[in-house]
Design a protein around this ligand. Structure first.
Ligand SMILES: NC(=O)c1ccc[n+]([C@@H]2O[C@H](COP(=O)([O-])OP(=O)(O)OC[C@H]3O[C@@H](n4cnc5c(N)ncnc54)[C@H](OP(=O)(O)O)[C@@H]3O)[C@@H](O)[C@H]2O)c1
Length: 294
């Protein structure tokens, strides 16, 4: 099949492109950066260089594809994330219409059923609605849990302060997922035969903030590493100090509060989802130790 993958060589798109190419598909990868062209071609894919905000460019990148993988990249450059995500979803919808695409797999998020109070995830809620409004296009929304790789952002805290933490408690439930496991589910859906509009959750493991911290601590040779619960104000201050723009520090703190209340997991649980991804917390902890030591 001919497949266009957005998201460049990011967390999900790189393993996804590799898996699709290994399965014999003809893959085009969209990147905004001309410097990525050689790396994309080295994978065996065609590079389409341009912005996903440019519907005309996207339409040519999608042209002839049997299936398109869409996603909203994170961006610290914006100050209204819901508008940013909606604008990109409208750009995708326009390109999908003009290129005559009939099937798309869209990267959404756990908690995307909730309309607000969930930080950046509310942008995924809006994007789902916009893509669902396209008539005669089959759309499969993939709703992953929290990426393990987010924990790399805590390396500075662990190294400089000697603990891990956020504005929720050690016994807060976390639904976690490895990018490779998400890519595997997306590749499976692309090769499958979904119709209509539907949602699929994906997770690799479930744990708590405290148990995640212990697993990472053991892997980096600090078995006594502790989780510290901050106030929301402390969490926001810490993120700003670490270089996160003020707007995003508030947005992430809102998402962490949603993690604390458990509202992000409601639809995931209602769907009876189990963590079927291959990469368990102990496996990721080994990857974390390598990055931590590098
Ligand atoms: N982190 C989580 O816990 C979590 C949980 C659930 C869902 N999600 C979803 O996952 C998404 C992120 O996926 P990911 O981690 O695979 O992304 P990623 O690794 O951040 O990669 C996205 C890539 O998209 C490209 N890009 C950015 N702006 C672009 C533009 N205007 N036009 C074309 N390409 C552009 C960039 O590469 P170039 O520089 O090469 O263009 C960027 O590296 C989130 O936004 C969210 O929707 C995340």
């Amino acid at each position: 099949m001919k497949i266009t993958v957005t998201g460049s060589l990011g967390n999900i798109s790189k393993p996804l492109a590799k898996q699709l190419i290994a399965a014999g598909h003809e893959v085009t990868v969209v990147s905004s950066n001309p410097d990525k062209k050689a790396d994309i071609e080295a994978l065996g894919a065609t590079a389409a260089i341009g912005s996903i905000g440019d519907a005309e460019f996207l339409s040519s990148a999608f042209s002839g594809a049997d299936v398109v993988y869409t996603m909203v990249p994170p961006s610290f450059a914006v100050n209204d994330y819901r508008k940013y995500a909606s604008d990109l979803a409208h750009s995708y919808a326009a390109a999908i219409k003009s290129a005559g695409i009939k099937r798309i797999v869209n990267l959404s998020s756990i908690g995307a059923d909730v309309d607000g109070g969930t930080g950046p995830i509310a942008g995924m809620h809006d994007a789902e609605q916009i893509l669902n409004a396209m008539p005669d296009v089959a759309v499969k929304h993939i709703r992953p849990g929290i990426f393990y790789v987010n924990l790399y952002a805590n390396i500075g805290m662990i190294k400089n302060l000697g603990f891990n933490g956020a504005n929720y408690s050690a016994d807060t439930r976390l639904v976690l997922v490895h990018p490779n496991d998400i890519a595997a589910v997306i590749a499976e859906e692309i090769s499958g035969s979904f119709t209509g509009k539907s949602v699929r959750f994906v997770s690799s493991d479930e744990s708590t903030a405290g148990a995640v911290t212990t697993a990472l601590g053991v892997a980096i040779g600090q078995p006594d590493l502790k989780w510290v619960e901050f106030t929301t104000e402390q969490a926001i201050g810490g993120m700003i100090q670490a270089g996160v723009p003020d707007y995003f520090a508030h947005l992430y703190a809102e998402m962490y509060t949603a993690i604390n209340t458990g509202i992000l997991w409601t639809a995931y649980d209602a769907a009876g989802t189990k963590p079927t991804g291959k990469t368990k917390l102990a496996d990721f902890a080994k990857e974390f130790a390598i990055v931590y030591g590098a």
